[in-house]
Ligand binder design. Sequence first.
Ligand SMILES: Nc1ncnc2c1ncn2[C@@H]1O[C@H](COP(=O)(O)OP(=O)(O)OP(=O)(O)O)[C@@H](O)[C@H]1O
Ligand SMILES: [Mg+2]
Length: 512
Amino acid sequence: MYGRVLGVAVLGVGGHLVTVEAHVGRGLPALIVTGLPGAGVQDARERVRPAVEGAKLEWPLRRVVVNLAPANVRKEGPGLDLPLVMSVLAATHQIPHDRLRGLAFAGEISLRGELLSTPGILSVAIAAARAGLDGIVVPSANAVEAAQVEGLRVIGAQTLSDAVGFLRGTWSAPEVAEAAVDTPAAATVDLSEVRGQTQARRALEVAAAGGHNLLMVGSPGAGKTMLARRLPTILPELSREESLEATQLHSVAGLLGASRGLLRVRPFRAPHHSVSTVGLLGGGSTSVRPGEVSLAHHGVLFLDELTEFRRDAVEGLRQPLEDGRVVITRAVGAVEFPARFTLVAAANPCPCGFDGDGVRRCVCRSDRVQLYRNKLSGPLLDRIDIRLRIPRLTKEELLGSSAGETSDVARTRVVEARDRQRRRWTALGVSCNAHLPGPVARRTCSLSSGAEALLTKAVEKLALTGRGFDRAIKVGRTVADLAGSERIETEHLAEALSYRTGFGTEELAHAV
Ligand SMILES: Nc1ncnc2c1ncn2[C@@H]1O[C@H](COP(=O)(O)OP(=O)(O)OP(=O)(O)O)[C@@H](O)[C@H]1O
Ligand SMILES: [Mg+2]
C-alpha cells in the first residue's frame, strides 16, 4: 500500500519542496523514516502514532516505511509531522488520493492530534507558491502568516481530524482573518525629548538615511542609550520585499508577534551584553536558529555597552557586517541566514566612564584604559562609518526649555534621501548607500574636484584603509542625498570624514 503527499523542509530561511512517500507492508509494527531526516523528523516517529489514534483514525500495525525525497536535502523541523501522517493515511486509504493534488502540508502535531503553531510557515508558503501549488494545509494558528503569500489557498486546521475532514469533503476551513497591524513599540518615544546633542542628532539622521553603522562613545548619562532607542522613530517603513524577508526570519525563529501578519516596522534588536555567540550570530545543536544579527535584518542591531560583550561574539559580527549574511557551519552542512542590519553601538570611553568628560576627572590607570579600548577591535571599528563622541550636556541645555525637532520632521528628510538612493541604485538591487559594493561606490559616485582633492589629502594624512576610503565615499553620498545634491561636494565629504576620524570638521581642515 502506497501513499504520497507534499511537504516543505525549511533550511535556513529557504523552503524546499519534499515528496513524502509512505509504504505500508508486511512485517512487525515499526515506522522507519529514510531520506536524510533531521533530528526533528526522527522525533516525530514517536509522536505520530498516538496523534493519529487520538484523532480516531487508524495507525497501521504493520511495517511502515516513509521516504523523504530528494535525498540530498536535510529535512529539518517539526513542520514535517503533518505530511508524514498524511502520507500514511493516504497509503491506508483513509483519505482520498485525488484530493491531494496541488496541495502541500505543514505543521507540528501534538499527541492528542492538535495542529500546533509551527515556526517557518511563511517560508513554507513561499516555497509552495513558487512551486505553483494551489494550496497548503497548515495549523490554524499559522493561517494568517501563510495567507500573506499571494496566489495560494490557505487551509488553516485546528486538528488532524479537521485536515482529514477537509480532504474527505466533510469539513471546510474558515476564511483566514485579516492580519492585525503591528503597532510600533518605538512610537512611545520621540527625538524631541533629546535636549542638545545637535551633532549626535545629525549623525543619527545620516545613519538612518544611508544605513550606516554608528558608534557613540561618551560619559555615563550623556544620552547614548536614549539617542539609539530613538533611531527607529526616524527610519522609513519596510518595503513589501524587505518585510517578507524580515518576517520569514522571525517566523523561522518562532518569534512572530500575536498579529502573525507581516512585520511593517523595521526590527530593532537590543540584545543584552551577556548574549551568547549562538544567540547573537545564530546556530544551535539540534535545529539551527537565526541569531540577533538576522532578527535585525533590514533594521537595527543595537549593542549597548559594546565593551561588555563577549569578544568572540563581537568578532563574529565582522562577516555579517561585510556580506549581509551569516553562514553557520555544522557537521551536517552549512546553513545561511540573511543578516543585513545597521549596527548601532554605545560605550563609555574608559572603565570609570569619565575620560575626556571635561567636568569630572577620569580616575582610571592608563594601562586599564588601554586594556578597555583594546576590546574594541580594529577590524570592527573599521566597519563603523560614524564614530561619535557624545559630550555631556551643558548647564544651559540641561535647564533650558527649548524642545528639539520631532522624529516626524527628521523622518521626512530620511525618507526623501532613501527614495533618492533607491531610484539611483534600482538596477543594482541596493536600497541604501551603505550596502553599495565598495568598487561600485568608487566608480559611480561623482565627486566635485574639491571633494576629490580632500579625499586624496585624507588618504595621505589620515591613513585611511581601503575599506575606510570606500566607506567615506558612501557616507559622503548619503550626506549629499540629504542635501538633495547629485554630486558629492567638499562639505559633504568633509562631514563624512569627520565621522570616520572623530575629528570635528575644523580640526579636519587642520589635519589634512
Ligand atoms: N540629551 C538628553 N536630553 C534629555 N535627557 C537626557 C539627555 N541625556 C540624558 N538624559 C537623561 O538621562 C537618562 C540617561 O541617559 P542614557 O541612558 O541615554 O545615558 P547613557 O549615555 O546611555 O549612559 P551610560 O553610559 O551610563 O549608559 C535618560 O533616560 C534621560 O532621562
Ligand atoms: Mg547607556
